[in-house]
Design a binder for this molecule. Structure first.
Ligand SMILES: *Cc1c(COP(=O)(O)O)cnc(C)c1O
Length: 233
């Protein structure tokens, strides 16, 4: 691994190449740098290389980090969200990538209304119906969609997914395609754009972009291997 600025330059170039292959505009895909487990000093290296958008997965870790770093950065929450943390995280983050149940969405909507906020959210889909994964399965999402769309204090940008781990990035392609197809069906049926697709991580962001991702969430390819695991808690 080279330094952060070098890694970011390589990733941005590869993202642009994926866009060219897919006939997409580079401005249609954003790079979120996932800074979980890495300290503020490492994040500063990314900021110096021009990065503004960061992702964190735990409120306890993110809160002091965000406070220590300059204002004007964009912070997205990507971890599993517990109801008792909603009030705290709503004022720290501009977007939430892992809204995984109607009950959570309704609670977020209620608290957001009290706080006078309208956070952006992605609906997390469990695209492979894995027992151990958080997220709506496709049918559940369809049956919840009308209620979700009625929540006036959530801005639903689209879908997010963490596909099953595969041996090669190419094998993940079908899952990314499935997320996009799920989105296309919902968008047509409910007459909403759902234009955001949050998918693709360090090992597979290029494939995710070819399949329609509008935001890739990349951590270890920027900062190197995480020394301790950060579970989605
Ligand atoms: C940790 C994490 C990432 C980044 O993973 P890398 O493989 O290090 O790029 C992306 N998305 C979510 C939801 C994560 O928890």
């Amino acid at each position: 691994m080279g330094d952060v600025a070098e890694n970011l330059a390589v990733i941005r170039e590869r993202m642009a190449a994926s866009c060219r292959r897919a006939g997409r505009d580079v401005s249609d895909v954003e790079l979120m740098v996932v800074s979980k487990t890495f300290g503020a000093d490492r994040v500063r290296e990314a900021i110096e290389a021009g990065q503004v958008l960061f992702g964190e997965s735990k409120q306890q870790e993110a809160e002091p980090k965000i406070a220590e770093l300059p204002g004007g950065l964009r912070w997205h929450f990507i971890g599993h969200l517990q109801r008792n943390k909603v009030r705290k995280v709503l004022s720290l983050f501009e977007a939430f990538h892992s809204v995984d149940s109607l009950r959570l969405a309704q609670h977020m909507n209620q608290v957001a209304e009290q706080l006078g906020l309208v956070p952006s959210v992605f609906l997390q889909v469990d695209v492979a119906s894995e027992e151990t994964k958080f997220g709506f399965d496709s049918e559940e999402l369809r049956s919840s969609m009308e209620s979700l769309l009625s929540l006036s204090h959530l801005k639903i940008l689209g879908l997010m997914a963490i596909p099953p781990e595969e041996d090669t990035a190419e094998q993940a392609r079908r899952w990314f395609a499935k997320v996009r197809e799920t989105r296309d069906r919902l968008a047509a049926e409910f007459g909403v754009p759902l234009s955001g697709l949050s998918m693709g991580m360090s090992g597979d962001y290029e494939i995710a972009i070819e399949e329609g991702s509008t935001m890739v969430r990349v951590g270890s390819a920027v900062f190197g291997k995480r020394l301790y695991p950060a579970k989605h808690a």
